[in-house]
Design a binder for this molecule. Sequence first.
Ligand SMILES: [Zn+2]
Length: 81
Amino acid sequence: MKQGKCPKCGSEEIYAGVEVLPKSGPFGSNSIPISIVSIAALDNYVCKECGYLERYIAEPEKLEEIGKKWPKAGDVAHEEA
Ligand SMILES: [Zn+2]
C-alpha cells in the first residue's frame, strides 16, 4: 500500500495521510497504546476506489519500543474457546 497500490482492489488511487497534523487525534484517535505511558501516532493510507485503509506507525522509535515491550505474536498464549 505504501508503494501506491491497493492490496484489495488493485487500484493505484492511493492517498497517503502522512502529512496530516496532528498525527494523533482527539481522545487518542489515530494512535495506538504501546504502554501505559506511551502511544504511537499512525500514518493512514487510503484507497480512493474501494475505501480500504491501512495504518502504519509513523515513528521508527516507537517501532523500537514495541520490539522491546511487546511479546512476539507467536509467543502469545491463546485462550481455548
Ligand atoms: Zn482499493
